[in-house]
Design a binder for this molecule. Structure first.
Ligand code: C2E
Ligand code: SIN
Ligand code: SIN
Ligand code: SIN
Ligand code: FE
Length: 341
């Protein structure tokens, strides 16, 4: 949420007075008379928006904009240039140095209010979608917090799910939504006791009974939101351990009564689980994993989907190689985002 004030920068006190008159009732404002003051004020007040005069003695508006963009703490603050110059070349310069908008003097109160409003609501929306993204990540990680499998598992299997969805003809947007939903498939593991999750050996029947409930718990948590992403995630969490032949859990659904999303995630999840180490098993070699997936065609997995998976295996292995590199780098203390895809 943008909570910072609006920073108004102009060397002309009358112009600053005009900003105060037009915006002062609705917004918290801070003022700067030149570039140096503007940069200090931006660091100090973390404004949610800057109204920036172009022609000023000393540093001009474009230089101030470059300086703001060059600092991590201020680079994301939107800048609206306010100037009497109205030649096209200046507009281009303004956008080139990170301006989001351009207002010409003499300033119309109506236009100024409208532009300020628009840009503050854009800031709010992007802050919200950033929070939303973070929340999804937290939920996904929470589901695996007590699991000793590597953090990479959830992102890697999600990438497999997207590749498979695209191979099955899903539209790109829908496949991307599935990629976002897939990491939440095991959210319900948050409700499973450590002693079961981390057990080094086979689960006894009572423990297995408890373990299976992670599907229902995940659904219970994720279905509280009616947002399309969470509806999809809830469906996947509930059904990702159903099997094509009807011998899965929690409901023993068979065939295409199992949502397609969950059938996709089932293959992605098992492929990754088999190829990885778990407290209760070693990692299997990839060729053995592929053989197991093919062997499960028509029993555990949707036959057509198994064929599609095998057909896009080169792409899946590319994704795997990418994530394997990330894990090696993470072990070196390098953050995954520092490497190129
Ligand atoms: P997970 O470790 O993420 O495994 C996901 C799925 O991959 C499993 O679902 C299963 O379909 C497949 N899979 C994983 N390892 C193997 C394997 O060695 N052989 C075969 N044939 N398939 C494998 P499943 O079986 O429904 O298990 C769900 C979750 O329950 C697992 O997630 C894991 O957290 C836990 N779990 C399952 N079996 C055991 C066990 O023997 N010991 C412990 N401690 N946990 C287990
Ligand atoms: C304020 O911070 O008081 C108003 C400015 C805004 O809407 O962010
Ligand atoms: C000023 O207001 O300082 C001069 C006008 C302009 O910025 O173009
Ligand atoms: C396991 O071996 O842990 C799971 C059994 C299966 O789904 O084939
Ligand atoms: Fe699961």
């Amino acid at each position: 949420m943008p909570t910072g004030p609006i920073l108004c920068v102009d060397d002309e006190p009358n112009n600053l007075a005009l900003f105060r008159q037009i915006l002062g009732e609705d917004y918290r404002l801070v003022f700067a008379r030149d570039g140096d003051q503007a940069l200090r004020a931006a660091e100090k007040h973390a404004p949610s928006l800057v109204l920036l005069d172009v022609e000023m003695p000393g540093m001009d508006g474009y230089e101030v904009a470059w300086a703001l963009k060059a600092r991590a703490a201020t680079e994301h603050i939107p800048i609206i240039f306010v100037t009497a110059l109205d030649r096209e070349v200046d507009e281009r310069t303004g956008f080139a140095c990170g301006g989001v908008d351009y207002i010409t003097k003499p300033v119309s109160p109506f236009i100024l209010r409208a532009r300020v409003n628009t840009h503050l609501s854009l800031v709010r929306t992007s802050a919200l979608s950033k929070s939303y993204e973070d929340a999804i990540q937290m939920l996904s990680v929470a589901g695996h917090y007590n699991d000793s499998d590597t953090g990479a598992h959830i992102w890697r299997m999600a990438a497999y799910a997207r590749v498979l969805a695209e191979a099955l003809g899903w539209e790109a947007d829908r496949a991307r939504l599935l990629e976002q939903a897939a990491p939440m498939h095991d959210t319900g593991k948050i409700g499973i006791p450590d002693a079961i999750l981390k057990k080094p050996g086979k689960l006894n029947p009572r423990e297995w009974d408890v373990m299976q409930r992670h599907t229902l718990i995940g659904y219970e948590i994720l279905s509280r939101s009616k947002a399309p992403l969470f509806e999809l995630a809830a469906d996947v969490a509930l059904n990702h351990h159903e099997r094509w032949d009807g011998t899965g859990y929690p409901h023993g659904l068979a065939g295409d009564r199992i949502p397609e999303s969950a059938r996709i995630v089932a293959i992605a999840d098992v492929f990754d689980a088999l190829a990885s180490r778990r407290p209760y098993k070693e990692a299997w070699p990839v060729d053995v994993v592929v053989a197991k997936i093919i062997e499960s065609r028509g029993t555990h997995f949707d036959p057509a989907m198994t064929d599609a998976f095998v057909a896009c295996l080169p792409k899946i292995l590319e994704v795997k190689a990418y994530w394997d590199r990330q894990e090696v780098d993470a072990a070196d203390g390098l953050h995954p985002s520092q490497e190129e895809a």
